[in-house]
Design a binder for this molecule. Structure first.
Ligand code: NDP
Length: 337
């Protein structure tokens, strides 16, 4: 069975990664793209060899598609996902699932009730590097976990310096953009859930409208592990990384908070240092592969309702930054149950 996709949003991420990832599946095809502007839809369709261009959600959902990929600005995800679910389409939605965790839970509930697959496009858990770290931890190679550090402050490319740094109403700001990914990657690699967060945010000269373009968060996990993460749009020369430190060893990954299957993971123990090898499959292609399998009834998308956890964590980070206090993360809110 071929999975026929409709793209909701003539976006950069779809153009750069997701169109290729869908076409990399032997059972994947793109039938149509929807943009709010008919001209942009037509141009995007022709540039990306997509057969149909539409400018209303209704027209897209009435067409003969099985699934939608939502990559519009963040304030639109909720209503577009709910409409697609109501039309019986499977939904792969970009992060953050919505602007609030309450709305994200509505999406999860609607998908469950309709029996369609809902995935969150948290790409980093599809990276071979993060999977190798998770496996090494699960195999006990660094002993009892103690702490983690995430380095995910980048420079927002000029072509993306739009709604993310100017529009609070569209869900701009680095916390909804990057902290959500760090929340998900920490949960995935550590195999643990956050219970408390304390955050400082800043506006270091790029973001406007009261939005933050940098954040540093301190996390406490259910097991007692503590973590720190740094997210930013304004640091031109910082590398990315992810470290986990345990009683018997450390995992030190460099250049792994990225969209490409690159980077390195070093295991350091009393026995010395070992570079872990890991698969270099395209992160987004793997996400699509798992999503297609889930549609066939084989397993779950790589990130499902995890999108509720990541958004609940980001919300708590913003609340902490505003109030100056640490904020508890309620597992009942995070788990979407
Ligand atoms: P873009 O800014 O490229 O696209 C978002 C929307 O902006 C589009 O849907 C489009 O509206 C509109 N738009 C695009 N180009 C123009 C233009 N030239 N003039 C006017 N409007 C335009 O966003 P991104 O691709 O960076 O992000 C989209 C979503 O994907 C967000 O939710 C983001 O958080 C997420 N994302 C996820 C990543 C991941 O790795 N998981 C990475 C990057 C983004 P219309 O559709 O109506 O034409």
């Amino acid at each position: 069975m071929t999975v026929s996709w409709g793209l909701i949003g003539a976006s950069t991420i779809a153009r750069q990664f997701m169109i290729g990832a869908i076409r990399a599946q032997k059972d994947g095809e793109i039938a149509a793209v929807m943009s709010s502007s008919p001209e942009r839809a037509a141009t995007y369709a022709s540039e990306n060899r997509i057969p149909a261009a539409v400018s209303t959600l209704d027209a897209l959902l009435k067409s003969d598609i099985d699934a939608v990929y939502i990559s519009t600005t963040n304030e639109l995800h909720l209503e577009q996902a709910l409409a697609a679910i109501e039309a019986g389409k499977h939904v792969l939605c970009e992060k953050p699932l919505a602007l609030t965790s309450a709305d994200a839970r509505k999406m999860v509930a609607a998908a469950r009730a309709a029996g369609v697959v809902l995935g969150t496009n948290h790409h980093l858990r599809n990276a071979g590097s993060h999977r190798a770290m998770r496996e090494a931890i699960a195999a006990g190679r660094i002993g009892r976990l103690i702490a983690a550090r995430v380095f995910h402050s980048v420079y927002l490319p000029e072509n993306l310096q739009g709604w993310r740094i100017t529009r609070p109403d569209a869900g701009g700001g680095v916390v909804l953009d990057i902290t959500v990914h760090d929340a998900d990657t920490l949960r995935f690699v550590l195999g643990d859930d956050p219970v408390e967060i304390s955050a400082f945010t800043q506006s270091a000269g790029m973001a406007a409208g009261g939005l933050e373009d940098g954040a540093m968060c301190l996390w406490r996990f259910a097991s007692g592990v503590i973590a720190q993460s740094h997210e930013g749009f304004t640091t031109k020369f910082a590398g990315t990384g992810f470290e986990v430190h345990g009683s018997e060893g450390s995992l030190i990954a460099k250049n792994v908070m990225t969209q490409k299957p690159v980077g390195s993971v070093l295991l350091r123990t009393a026995q010395g240092e070992e570079e872990l090898s890991f698969d270099r499959e395209d992160l987004y292609a793997r996400s699509l592969r798992e999503f297609h399998a889930a549609i066939r009834g084989d397993g779950q998308p790589s990130a499902t309702e995890d999108g509720v956890w990541s958004l609940t964590s980001a919300e708590a980070a913003l609340q902490s930054a505003r109030s100056g206090n640490a904020v508890a993360i309620d597992p009942k809110l995070g788990s979407a149950a």
